[in-house]
Structure formats: C-alpha cells, structure tokens
Design a protein around this ligand. Sequence first.
Ligand SMILES: [Zn+2]
Ligand SMILES: [Zn+2]
Length: 459
Amino acid sequence: MKFAHEFKEALQRGGFPEHWVESAVPYGQLKKLLKKVQQELSDLGLDRETMRQLLTAHRTPSAVGPIAMAKYHLDPNDSRLLRPRLTVYVHLKDGVAVDASLSPASRDFVKELVSKASLTQDDPSTGTKFVEHDDIVGNELARLPALSTAADPSLPIREQPLQRIEVPLVFDGEFFQILQNDVASLDALQREQQESMEAEILDLGQEVSEVARPSKFSKSDLSRWREIFELYVDARIFFSTQELDHGARTSDVAVKQLVWFQSEVQRRGLLSKFKLPASKSTYQHFLALNATLLRSLEFQEINKRAVAKILKKFDKRTSLGVSKDFRSVVRSDSFMSDTIAKNICARMVTEVVSVVPKIDDYLCPICFSIAWLPVRLVCHHVFCIRCIIKMQRERKRFCPLCRANVVMEADITNLDENLIKFLERWFRKETKEKQKANEIERGKELFGDSYQHTSCSMM
Ligand SMILES: [Zn+2]
Ligand SMILES: [Zn+2]
C-alpha cells in the first residue's frame, strides 16, 4: 500500500480527536510541493543525476580536503525559519564553467544559469547572485591549489574567477516552511497532551490513595490494588526495563501488553472482588489514561513516519540529501523525541502505582521475606530481626550488603520504629505471617522439631 494512503487510513482509523488530525503532517500537500521542486530543478537543467554530480564532485587534489562544487543546506535564520540554499561554486571563464570534473550536463546547467543571470543582472527579482570567491567561501577555497582545466590548460587557475552562485529556488523553501510549521504544531500538541495527562495522573493518584488506603476496621481494596499494580508493572506496557528489550515501546507492542494486563486482571477476578464501589471507577479511570497515552503514542508514531517518508522522498527525487540536516536543524523537544511515553510512564509510577507500597521494596535481603521486625544497622541497611539474631549468634560481624563492621553492635535501639508502623499499616497480612513464622522457628529452637505452635505469642 502506498504510504499516502496508509497514512490517511491510519489517521481515520485511529479515532484521534479532530484537532489532532488537523495538526497531522500534510503529506499530500508536501508531495505536491515536492513535484514542483522537481519541476523547478529540471527547468534549471538540474535533473537528479546532474544534481548528484554537482554535490559529489570534488576539486582534488586539495590541501584543505575535498570541497563539493555545490552545497545544499538548511539555514535557520533569526526567526528560526528554515531557508534552504543551493549554492554552486565554479571557475568561470567568459561565462563558461571550466572545472575539469564537471559533467557536460552540469556544465550546461552552469552556462544556462550564468547567461540568465547576466541577462537580467539588474533585475533583483531573479535572485541569482554572483559573488567573488574571497568573501563568503573564504580562505578555504582561495587556498585551493591550481587545477588543470579542460577549457584552457595554458591559463593558470588563479586567474580564473571562482564564483559562488546561489541558485534561486522557490518551492523548496515553501516545502520546508510547511514541514517546519507542522513539526512545531505537533510539538505544541504533544506538550499540551503531556500537561493534561500529568494533571490527570495527579487526580488519579488521589483516587487510588482513597480506595487503596489501609484500614483496620472498614473495608479496603488495598490487596486488590496491590495485585493490579504488580501486574501493571510486570506488563511493562509503554516502557521496558528488561535488559533484552529496554527502551520505549512501539505502540503495537504497547497495545498487546495493555490487552494482556486487562485480561489478566479479568482472569483473576480482581474487579469483582472490589469491596469499594469507587474502586471500579478508579480502575476505569486508570485504563482510560493508559488508552489516552497509547493513542498519543500512536499519533506521534505515524506522524514521525510521515516526516521520515517525505524527507526520504525529497532526497530521492532531488538528490539534495537534506533529511539529516532537517533533523539536526529543526528544534523538536517533544514530537521528534521519544520522551513522552517515558515521562508519562515515570509519572504514572511515581504518582499512581507507588501510592500502594510494594512488598518487594521491603524484603529482608537475607531471608527474602518481609523485613519484620526491621532492624536498621548503623550503615542504614535493614534486615529482619531473626536474621540479625542468627548473624550475631554465628558472630558474623559484617553487614552482608556493605561489609561494614556493624552487626554485633546492633541492639533493641536499632529497631526502626517508623518502619514498623509503616509495615504494620501497609502489610498487615505479611507482618502477621512473618511474626507467626518467627514464633514457630523460635519454638523449634527451644523445644525441638516436635514443637507445636499455638496462637499464644512468645516473641
Ligand atoms: Zn531476614
Ligand atoms: Zn550495610
């Protein structure tokens, strides 16, 4: 399928808001302009091949390295408006280009250009300018060694004027102006979306903290939300931290991962287990926000592809080789970069997912169960009390994480009271289970393996 058609379909199919579609890359318009650029170049005798030869022909040998006989580049002026410029550097003798490396077609082009320019030299509307070599091209060209020329080998090259000719083109300027404006409006759109998503994320964080709030007496959906967010992090929908496939996801992958996450939540019946009615609407809000981010990613993706395609087409049809230049000259902080999914995802994790603390962040690094009761050593590393007691019995003096000599000095004052309160609040079930496991272990130590645990506490 042709890309123009594919792009149009993707815009229609995507269900994007109308004002997004209005900012989409005007691919058809750019394609028409590209035709005009081609026409303009061919009217000047600059077909693809001649253009390619001019841009790649080098004056050699040269003390300053090879220098192209023509240059095409995008000039960002003060208003940050790109002005493409095609400049040709030639030695002229009686209005005829005499460089040996010029092909007959290129020679014809220069001759044509020169004759037009001299005929209408007093008419500023032609835009063709002749400039002596020592002003703009500078010393670089002036220092070039003499070249033999096919036109008149008896004449030293220094006596032949080296001239810079700016080729007047109109439609390429229009092409890049439209493209540049569109990238700017896509950038603005992206920023606007990012801001609105960030605001929504803050709201959602509030909602989650309401429904996932731990509660002793009233109902809470803490454990359901914890499971949902664990699944969400596992799904790595927009961003992967896996070593093998790290970095931003394409929207195709993100769709698959989001579908997996939703079906897994369904499969585990987490929604029907909700005790608070508000949990359901919060979950819907969470899904909707993910869907918005996904759509934004899709929109960015297809537009980036359209920009790449049209630039590639431009290069292919004109030989002007400008895609790279465009990317480095055009400022685009949001649209052309991959940062939006990354930023939004990071915000989603810090403002929403992290509202519900994860057990993984509170494990004892020795026994890999919850660090209960938590003992904070002088080196600030935290272990469960059982593991510290065992280390002290075995006279292991060094912290297993940082090798500081701090284990033997730990006592009751090293219990982290704030962390105790925090773990009791957020991990009620886990702390109780660990407490019981500790009691059983202690009972077996005292009374042997036949020890039978009763609910009477003895820790
Ligand atoms: Zn432990
Ligand atoms: Zn340590």
